[in-house]
Design a protein around this ligand. Structure first.
Ligand code: NZQ
Ligand code: ZN
Length: 386
């Protein structure tokens, strides 16, 4: 196991009815800005519930944060907050609203330049407005982590930043709020969470038994419960397990003390920013081909994964086991109704070079746990994904 430092300050209130914790945990006298997305929280009534609970506070609203939140939209929230002097932010939504709120939280106090610099140059962030989360879509783990991914449309850039200053103060995770998710978002959430685990697990062994078995537990839970969520959307136990699995998949725990990959995500971000696919769709396209191309580096873990997750027999020859493990991963994504080929989304050979060029332009010429996901490897991965 590698050396590591691990800490996570976000308080989680998990379960049905935990929305009552909102007013108890936002400091009295705060001027609160509620941030949300394209309107699902209006349709479901959650926004009204939140406003009712916060009636003792001065409250404002900022809606319209889009999936893959953009700098362009978020800067409007920054202006509003600077003018109206809101001092506490509340994100009500999925990963995009939470990530958008994280950017806004660090952008408001950054007066020395364009807040985009914080993302582009990954500047150390010292100040951030405090914020909390009411989660409506289990997928990204953003409700309990210190990362955010922001798109600047005009530059065709989708970049991530990390800062301890953007751990949410607290997050409310009520599985009932996920009942209204459209099928596509249920599927996206399961695939995204699955790939988050894989980015931290599918590398090379470092005798991290605890991390491996935590990861395998999460993968098995996602495999078992993911399809059930599509069949029985109002099954509380299923939704609760998916929600907690998604949070634990990316709150820093399973990645501590082990090598991490993240190349599927980095390639995926470029596909989203260039061609508009959902985040999880890009992951479903890239991961199976990436495992094929990088199978030598990942062989030991692929075998472990094949045996422990897919119950492949110990005596099966290694090459066959690796191929079967990868094929089953692809089939799982397809069973979750997320297509795994570029051609399924109307994309062909012509997209390969722009994706590679964007990666290189963003300083990502050597990705993966050993730096072997080079532009050549990315080309090969995308060719296999056609
Ligand atoms: O915008 P509204 O109207 O609210 O609708 C949203 C949106 O259209 C809808 N939705 C959310 N909760 C709902 C609901 N509809 C009905 N009922 C509900 N309860 O779902 C759509 C997608 O929402 P979005 O927030 O975009 O999805 P997700 O949570 O998958 O977030 C994706 C974003 O997170 C980033 C991705 O790159 C992408 O930008 N990621 C963030 C990470 C992080 N911060 O750690 C890690 C991830 O790897 C990921 O990159
Ligand atoms: Zn992701």
């Amino acid at each position: 196991m590698q050396n590591f430092q691990f800490g996570n300050p976000t308080e989680i209130y998990f379960g049905q009815g935990q929305i009552d914790q909102l007013a108890k945990n936002i400091p009295a006298g705060s001027k609160v800005l509620i941030l949300y997305g394209g309107g699902s929280v209006k349709k479901t009534g959650l926004l009204t519930t939140v406003k009712d609970i916060l009636k003792e506070y001065q409250v404002g609203e900022f809606g319209g944060i889009e999936p893959n939140p953009t700098y362009e939209t978020l800067m409007q929230a920054v202006e509003l907050i600077r003018q109206e002097k809101f001092d506490f932010l509340l994100a009500v939504g999925g990963g995009s609203v939470i990530d958008g709120t994280k950017f806004v939280a660090v952008a408001v106090p950054y007066a020395q330049g364009d807040p985009w610099e914080l993302v582009r140059d990954r500047l150390p962030v010292k100040n951030a407005l405090p914020f909390a989360v009411v989660l409506t879509l289990p997928a990204t783990g953003s409700e309990m982590n210190s990362g955010a991914v922001i798109t600047r449309k005009a530059l065709k850039a989708k970049l991530s930043f990390l800062s301890k200053a953007v751990f949410p103060r607290f997050s409310i995770l009520d599985p009932v709020y996920t009942y209204t998710l459209p099928e596509r978002q249920i599927s996206n959430g399961v695939v995204d969470s699955f790939v988050h685990v894989m980015e931290q697990y599918m590398t090379y062994p470092v005798k991290g038994k605890v991390q491996d078995r935590f990861s395998e537990g999460l993968l098995l839970t996602l495999l078992e419960e993911g399809p059930k969520a599509l069949q029985e959307p109002k099954n509380y136990a299923v939704r609760a397990n998916l929600m907690w699995a998604a949070t634990l998949a990316l709150n820093g725990l399973i990645g501590s003390g082990v090598p991490q990959d993240w190349s599927t995500h980095m390639i995926g971000h470029e596909i989203t920013v260039l061609y508009g696919l959902d985040h999880a769709q890009t992951l479903a396209i890239v991961l199976p081909s990436l495992l094929e191309v990088m199978q030598e580096e990942k062989q030991e873990k692929l075998i472990q994964y094949g045996e422990r997750i897919w119950n492949l027999p110990k005596e099966m020859p290694a090459a066959e086991k690796v191929a079967a493990a990868i094929e089953r991963t692809r089939s799982f994504f397809e069973a979750m109704k997320v297509k795994t080929r570029l051609s399924d989304y109307g994309l062909g050979q012509a997209v390969i070079e722009p994706i590679v060029a964007n990666l290189v332009a963003h300083g990502m010429g050597r990705l993966g746990e050993t730096g072997k996901v080079t532009p050549e490897a990315v080309r090969e991965i995308l060719k296999k994904s056609l």
